[in-house]
Design a protein around this ligand. Structure first.
Ligand SMILES: Cc1cc2nc3c(=O)[nH]c(=O)nc-3n(C[C@H](O)[C@H](O)[C@H](O)COP(=O)(O)OP(=O)(O)OC[C@H]3O[C@@H](n4cnc5c(N)ncnc54)[C@H](O)[C@@H]3O)c2cc1C
Length: 417
């Protein structure tokens, strides 16, 4: 499977790393047809349209691969039954075999600090805690952004990493929004919500199967069966009865996270409704919000599930901190409805259908670009959309290319005299 992906990788990563305008699509299609031929191209497109569950059923016997890999689809915002999972699973397997899953020493905050230092070394000013209220457009061009009491003018461009509806419905005045922008805002559909839990433990987790004690990331679930049902319940507005639980034991790799003998535990839940209307198990009362009662009852369900595989866990919890979907949105306006991935990841909201203006990362307004998880190639920490826009901004303009040509012709003419 990985060898097959290797032969597909120029086309897969080519699509993820290009703007997908008609010209890009023609170029990508031609290079795929040349390299893979008709049958090979059809095979690749078939797997790209396949769900993760279908790929695993087709290629593996037994439950092991299903249990190992199906939960990873959640990290791509998919469910086991969503199209594109068939391609996403080998991509994830390939990435994890080739690069692993990096864990930042001392906690993810150090990652942000490192980026802040790189930016500061390059003379970038970062303003924290201020919200952009409006993007100023003059004569059809983005010329400034407005904070509460300050106007920051743009010399070259404004690059917005904002939720699609927020960009076109709030940050821009209605009169300047192109119809493609209005359509993008209408078409945006949030994905499932997520919740993050952090625990301080009196001792590291002791799993019934001690081989798990040293595994940095454990998924609790029964493969595509339980994950598929939990996703369907969340997408129907219900709290899942048997959630898939992502358990991170970062202390295994980074002992600096906790004092000697103690441990931290990090739990991620990616099958949640934005507004819980009911409980699939019928035991938690809900009122359509992530109230303190609903949140703590659901955290109890999660801890009970982990406890089944790690008896005694509860008695080791010294402190805990929960970030339910509403808190995620309060912390980051881009987490619309508690969705961590900038919109649903299903095929109708991905690739050239990721709601936008259909012109790459251009917005239809001169000098205004849209990047981030809401745009192609979607969520994640790869920085793909920003890179695409940076390449466009750094590429010499047509005018300066013509000037260069004139200059070099003049030089040639002078040197032959
Ligand atoms: C709990 C969690 C775990 C995740 N784990 C992973 C992982 O392991 N691997 C992975 O690849 N991805 C992971 N993701 C997804 C990943 O974090 C996102 O896809 C990625 O951060 C998106 O980057 P972005 O630049 O589009 O937006 P963000 O990182 O959300 O940054 C946008 C920033 O813009 C700010 N902003 C928005 N509107 C305004 C405004 N009007 N004015 C000023 N500022 C504004 C927001 O506050 C935010 O700081 C995770 C997400 C969550 C929530």
């Amino acid at each position: 499977m990985l060898a097959e992906l290797e032969s597909w990788s120029p086309h897969v990563f080519g699509a993820l790393g290009s703007e997908l305008r008609p010209f890009d699509l023609a170029r990508l299609g031609a290079s795929m047809a040349r390299a893979l031929g008709k049958d090979g191209s059809i095979d690749m497109l078939r797997v790209s349209a396949q769900s993760g569950r279908a790929l695993i059923r087709e290629r593996f016997r037994g439950f092991e691969v299903d249990h190992l890999w199906s939960p990873w689809l959640l990290h791509a915002g998919l469910s086991p039954d969503h199209a594109t999972g068939g391609l996403m699973l080998p991509i994830m397997a390939f990435t994890m075999h080739a690069a692993g899953l990096p864990v930042v020493t001392g906690g993810a905050d150090n990652f942000v600090t490192a980026f802040a230092r790189v930016l500061s070394e390059r003379g970038v000013t970062v303003i924290l805690g201020e919200s952009v209220r409006n993007i100023e457009i003059r004569s059809g061009r983005a010329v400034a952004v407005h904070l509460a009491g300050e106007r920051l003018s743009a010399t070259r461009a404004v690059i917005a990493s904002a939720a699609t509806p927020r960009l076109y419905e709030t940050l821009l005045d209605a009169a300047v929004v192109p119809s493609a922008g209005k359509r993008a805002a209408d078409r945006h559909r949030p994905g499932r919500a997520a919740m993050q839990l952090h625990f301080a433990l009196d001792r590291p987790v002791r799993w019934s199967d001690s081989r798990l004690d040293d595994v940095p990331l454990v998924h609790i679930g029964s493969g595509a069966s339980s994950t598929g049902v939990a996703c369907a319940q969340a997408e129907s507005g219900l709290l899942p009865a048997n959630p898939t639980i992502v358990v991170g034991q970062q202390c295994v790799l980074d002992p600096s996270r906790a004092p000697a003998g103690k441990a931290t535990l990090w739990v991620q839940l990616q099958e949640l409704p934005c507004a819980p209307e009911g409980d699939a198990a019928g035991s938690i009362s809900t009122d359509g919000t992530w109230s303190t009662g609903t949140t703590s009852a659901y955290v109890d369900r999660v801890l009970d599930s982990i406890e089944r595989y790690a008896p005694g866990l509860r008695s080791t919890v010294l402190d805990s901190y929960s970030i339910p979907p509403t808190a995620l949105t309060a912390a980051n306006a881009n987490a619309v409805g508690g969705d961590p991935y900038g919109g649903a990841a299903e095929i109708d909201q991905s690739l050239l259908w990721r709601p936008g203006t259909g012109t790459g990362h251009r917005t239809g307004i001169d000098g205004l670009f849209h990047i981030g998880a809401f745009t192609h190639p979607g969520p994640g920490l790869g920085g793909g959309s920003g890179h695409l826009v940076a390449q466009q901004l750094l590429a010499p303009s047509r005018r300066s290319r013509s000037m260069d040509r004139v200059r070099s012709s003049l030089e040639k003419f002078r040197s032959t005299k």
